[in-house]
Ligand binder design. Structure first.
Ligand code: ADP
Ligand code: MN
Length: 517
């Protein structure tokens, strides 16, 4: 390391700082090399294509999205000022930093000892999005997880035979583990692709990095706190807002009208659809925008769904947490697409952009369809809803090779006399190590709801489980039934461990597993 932290040692206001700091940075127009202009920030492929059309569009329309809680009405002007101010501020911060870097370079020249203005930078390095994170407008047709086969990982604490045995205390193994553990650092902490290059970190280096990561996390949190408190809507951070703003600016969305739901893991907005950039895609007149929250904490408890999902196994271990959050959105997109293909009533995917998923809106005139839990159905409709649900669960399992894994009256909407399934980011394939347990839980929720709702024909949870899975578990009480489910899951896992693939009965791609060997 050849940079001496001069700036780091002095508090920002203690010394005179860089010479140009006393001047007003807006003052002297410097048109030479601005590394990143507002045009760059806003130049999105789609935006470009629709640029001409957009120029004629009324400004207040674009503005509607800028307001914190996205409510159209009064205050539109102020809110657009806020948005513009934020964008200008972001741009200003970037230019300021670019200037700072130039200054730094000039002062340091070829000198062996260099100084750093790092601490004067406006954009904290962990706030700026790295380009490798950029996932652009995604194609919804291709499901990259479908073809993958599960891989084996030894469960015992060693690998190899005889004297070639390698235990978990081996230096190399330890080093790799430490590298992998860096993924647990804060999402903003750039750890690079250590795993890709087979980096091995010693415990000492790892601990030092960990310490640094924690202090950076605290520092970044302080900065974020300031930023977030200054905005009206805490649920949506400025970056997400910019993303939404771009969608409106590109004409894909007409207006974002308001927030439908704020959950622990996501916020859902209503929007009126705009015009599509391509002819073959029609944007629904009303859309739901699901924004997956980028604060990591809420997602920690969801690890179990994705970690053991072989479709995501390889990627999971290599990704940083921010990418994992995007993976939830991606997962919801692919699961919805599978359901759509099977003809299950569910939202239709419009577009995925990073952690923001746009889909068709289930409801009308900004009013979302009620959840089954909130609607009072006639006994006839209740019965109809039950048979629909049973059918959908079977289709989901047999045709989509999926288990919802959070199915209940909270995630079923009643719209146009039909039950619609939503919220499938956590759905897994039945061969997921806990897939059958998730299915059993779904069956319990569904059976209880319809039995309480007075549907005499409703199967109990065990019958429903067998009807959906095609398995024939005969246990007549819940404890034994569950034990059998777990035994089946274990059998599958052991088979995967021993043979590196699933039981032959489940291996044909896309087909549901049949456990009755
Ligand atoms: P969460 O993980 O927060 O439960 P959901 O996908 O269930 O996320 O969405 C939360 C709520 O937002 C739902 O209960 C529903 O009321 C509403 N919602 C979500 N998607 C749609 C949609 N496509 N159309 C209408 N309402 C929706
Ligand atoms: Mn939900």
């Amino acid at each position: 390391m050849d940079s001496v932290g001069v700036a780091a040692a002095a508090p920002p206001d203690a010394g005179p700082g860089p010479a140009w700091q006393s001047k007003c940075p807006w003052g002297a127009p410097n048109t030479t090399s601005i590394s990143c202009s507002l045009a760059d920030v806003m130049s999105e492929q789609l935006a470009k294509e629709l640029q001409l059309e957009e120029e004629n569009a009324a400004f207040p329309e674009v503005v509607a999205v800028a307001e914190g809680p996205f409510i159209t009405g009064e205050n539109i002007d102020t809110s657009s000022d806020l948005m513009l101010a934020q964008m200008l501020q972001m741009e200003f911060d970037r230019e300021y930093d670019a200037q700072l870097r130039r200054e730094e370079k000039k002062i340091n020249g070829d000198s062996k000892v260099s100084i750093s203005f790092e601490n004067y930078r406006k954009v904290h390095p962990y706030d700026s999005d790295s380009s490798e994170d950029e996932v652009d407008w995604q194609d919804t047709r291709h499901d990259p997880y479908r073809a993958d086969k599960p891989t084996t990982t030894p469960r015992r604490g060693f690998i190899g035979k005889g004297k070639d045995i390698t235990t978990k205390h081996d230096e190399v193994v330890c080093g790799r583990k430490n590298t992998a553990r860096m993924e647990n650092f804060a999402p903003e902490f750039q750890v690079g692709d250590g795993i890709g290059m087979d980096l091995k970190l010693s415990n000492q280096v790892f601990n030092a990095l960990k310490q640094h990561a924690y202090s950076e996390e605290r520092r970044s949190a302080r900065l974020h706190e300031k930023k977030e408190h200054s905005t009206a809507e805490k649920a949506v951070d400025p970056k997400t807002r910019l993303l939404l703003y771009k969608m409106v600016n590109a004409g894909m969305l007409e207006t974002i009208t308001g927030c439908i739901s704020t959950g622990k893991e996501s916020v859902v907005f209503h929007a009126y659809g705009g015009k599509s950039a391509t002819e073959d895609k029609v944007i629904p007149p009303e859309c739901a925008i699901k924004v997956f929250k980028t604060t990591l904490n809420e997602f920690k408890n969801r690890d179990k769904y994705i970690k053991d999902d072989y479709r995501f196994k390889d990627r999971f271990s290599k990704l940083n947490p921010r990418k994992i959050i995007r993976m939830w959105a991606e997962k919801e997109m692919h699961n919805l697409t599978r359901m759509q293909n099977a003809g299950i009533p569910c939202p239709q995917v419009v577009i995925l952009k990073k952690h923001v998923l746009v889909m068709s809106f289930i409801g009308k005139d900004q009013i979302p369809a009620p959840k089954l839990k909130d609607v009072t159905l006639s006994s006839e409709d209740m019965k109809k809803a039950y048979y629909q649900t049973l059918n959908m669960m079977q289709q989901l399992y047999k045709e989509c090779n999926l288990v919802h894994a959070d199915l209940s009256e909270y995630n079923m909407l009643w719209h146009d006399g039909t039950v619609w399934l939503i919220d499938v980011s956590q759905s897994v394939e039945p061969t997921h190590p806990h897939g059958l347990e998730f299915l059993f839980r779904d069956c319990r929720n569904v059976a209880q709801f319809f039995q309480k709702g007075g549907v005499a024909e409703a199967l109990n949870e065990r019958e429903l489980f067998n009807a959906v899975s095609g398995l024939n578990i005969t246990a007549d009480n819940e404890v034994d039934f569950q034990a059998e489910i777990e035994a089946l899951e274990k059998m599958n896992e052991d088979h995967v461990q021993n043979h590196g693939k699933k039981l032959s009965a489940f291996s044909s791609d896309g087909d549901p597993p049949i456990y009755d060997e």
